[in-house]
Each structure stands twice: as C-alpha cells, then as structure tokens.
Write a protein that binds this ligand. Structure first.
Ligand code: FE2
Ligand code: FE2
Length: 240
C-alpha cells in the first residue's frame, strides 16, 4: 500500500464516523447547527495562515514543486473567509459575536504547530490530510446549511452561503487534495527516503505518514468535541 492510500484509509475512518453522525440532522436544534457553522468558519479564517506557513516550510524541499502548489492554494483561498463571513451574516449569523470554543482554539493551534514543525515531509502529510478532510467538511456543511435554511425559511438570502460550499465542491478542494497527493503517490511508507523524481522532491515517507496521522488525530479530537457540544446544545434547546 502506498503512502497516499495509507493516509486515505486513516482519513476515511475519521470521515465516515463523522459523516454518520450528521447523516440525520433531525436530532439537532437549529441553534446548535448554526453554532457548528460558525466553528467551521474559524478554520476558513485560519486557512490562509496555515497555507502560507506550510509554503514557507515547503521551501526546505529540494525542488520547488510543493511550495508552488501550496502558494497556488493559498492564493486561491485568499478572500474566501471574508466571503464566508458575509454569507453567514446574510442568514443572521455574526461571527464577531461568537464565544470562543476552547476545543476549536486547541485544534487550530495544533494544526498551526504541525504546519510549522519545519520538517517538510511531515508538513506535506499534514496538509494532504487536511485538504482531504476539507472535501468532507464542505459536503456536510452544505447539508447543514440547507437544513438550517429550510427550518428558518431563509430562501434567497442564503444563496451566497450555499454557493460558498458549492464553489468549494466544484473542484477547488478536490484539486488541493489531488495536487498534493501526486507527491505521495506510489511511495512506500516504510522507505526511509524516497529520492527526487522529476518535479517531486526527495520525501521521507515515514515523516509524511506521521504528519498526516497527527493531523487526523487532531481533526478527530476536534470533531468529537464538536459533536459533544452539538448534542449538549440540542438537549438544552429541547428542554427549554
Ligand atoms: Fe476556500
Ligand atoms: Fe483546500
């Protein structure tokens, strides 16, 4: 099994588990789902910072290909968080009034640390894992958004928010994932050092796998806390 497939397997377990908990949104209160949307915005807000840091670390590789891809990705994300913020405001959600959720802070700090660890192969594994999860996040947040729109009767007001997720699902996130996956494809996770191959820099597969595993563990822990809070907020709403 090559390293891209190995990382996808681990990510698949985390993603399927999270998706299963959002397959039926009926048990969750509207307020709780709106809270969840604002937590997702926090990742968007931090994303260009992560990508810029990761691109910097990627300049430590012996070819410029990964740095180029991360800079392309960073440029593409530029302006997305403000767009998301406005689209949320259109449906009455003001991210400026959000109260800090500690687990989100811890998660973002952890991803920041993993990007900046300075070991290019580990950073590549981390970024590949998070870009893979971004596809799943836009899929589930598109569903959550549609549910909230229907319950609140938002109608056309919510079009920019639906568009925001659709836009990411129409190829942006898939290409971020795939263009990083190319560098990991065919590499044996047990090989200590894979030498340069054309554009591909020399990569340490065990470090890349480790970077991905640490990122998946961080995402899994964050989502687990998000689900606990989502349920707690939904129970409170049912009692009130
Ligand atoms: Fe984006
Ligand atoms: Fe992305």
């Amino acid at each position: 099994m090559d390293i891209e497939t190995a990382i996808d397997r681990r990510n698949g377990e985390f993603i399927n588990n999270a998706k299963a908990q959002l397959a039926d949104l009926a048990p969750y209160s509207t307020d709780a789902l709106e809270w969840l949307m604002m937590e997702h915005y926090q990742f968007s807000l931090a994303n260009t910072r992560f990508l810029a840091a990761a691109a910097e670390v990627a300049s430590g590789f012996d070819t410029p290909a990964v740095n180029k891809e991360l800079r392309r990705n960073c440029d593409e994300e530029d302006g997305h968080a403000p767009m998301y913020k406005v689209a949320l405001k259109d449906v009455g959600l003001d991210v400026e009034t959000r109260e800090e959720f500690r687990s989100t802070t811890r998660f973002l700090d952890r991803i920041g640390e993993l990007c900046l660890r300075g070991e290019p192969s580990a950073m590549l594994g981390t970024m590949f894992a998070t870009e893979t999860a971004a596809v799943f996040e836009h899929e589930v947040f598109r569903d959550v958004t549609k549910e909230v729109i229907a319950r609140r009767g938002h109608g056309d007001r919510a079009a920019p928010l639906v568009h925001y997720h659709d836009m990411h699902l129409s190829g942006i996130e898939q290409s971020h994932r795939d263009e990083l996956g190319i560098f990991l494809r065919g590499l044996d996770p047990a090989q200590p050092l894979a030498p340069t191959d054309g554009e591909r820099p020399s990569i340490r597969p065990p470090a890349a796998l480790d970077g991905a595993e640490q990122a998946i563990a961080a995402m899994d822990a964050w989502w687990s806390d998000l689900f606990d809070e989502l349920r707690a907020r939904s129970v409170c709403a049912a009692v009130a």
